[in-house]
Design a protein around this ligand. Sequence first.
Ligand code: C5P
Length: 306
Amino acid sequence: MLSVVPSPVVVRAPSKVNLHLGVGELRADGYHELTTVFQALSLTDEVELSPSSSLTVKVSGEGADEVPTGRTNLVWQAAVRLGHLAGRAPLVEITLRKGIPVAGGMAGGSADAAAALIGLNELWDLGLTRDELATHAAELGSDVPFALHGGTALGRGRGEKLLPVLSRNTFHWVLALAKGGLSTPAVFKELDRLREAGSPPRLGEPQDLLQALASGDPHLLAPLLGNDLQAAALSLKPELRRTLRAGVEAGALAGIVSGSGPTCAFLCTDADTALAVSAELSGAGVCRLVRTATGPVPGARVISGP
Ligand code: C5P
């Protein structure tokens, strides 16, 4: 009898930038209450899943050496979780092709986790709905539900409670990837420390930013971008100030630290300006690598399957 080798499932998942990241109080569970506006960007990871005799994780691409391949990787946890749910051993080989910077504040690990949930649902034919997958996503990490959702969304709670946001047009971004990463818990801790020592400014509610998104005008959006974690990221990596300055001097409308950093995200008027800014930043010696991206883009989705 011929044995048929099932073809792998390949899922693409987006990175994100927080257009607005308002950090509230530290909760009893160790998380901070957030009000955030996420936008999914075209800088993506691809995750390939194939049946195997054991659970393995392989990584290639951007920052592959720094990605754990054992049980601390969220894709491993996603496989164990869905395997348990389906009553089957998680015998799958998961290959991560990284385009999203590792520990860069762009939710690369969360993108992979979202991709793994979508991919395993397909590979194992589990028939879970998007809402059911979102519940598992939230258990895996605060940013995983948004990586499933994609587009532009308002996030509350830990960032896992999402509402879609109307965003007209495509926005053009330049991303400056830093040398080395920043640990998200360390950046939140640094913000707590700064708040104990003084009172760094806090963002208000993002109503004006939501209106700017609906207008689709990057000139209206640029001055409203804001991130409460930026002061903490700059405190831990002061060299990011130079990067932020250089992007704006190169012609970007505005620059912010993406999430907990250290990636800096620059909003540009159009695709041509983004290319010019990226060329200038590449030559300025203020970052490790420069990428252009557009947003919003869809959440994690199968791009090829059995
Ligand atoms: O949810 P996730 O595991 O990605 O969060 C990583 C860490 O980031 C948390 O353990 C916490 O220290 C910090 N965090 C936070 N408040 C949030 C999200 C994350 O303090 N809303």
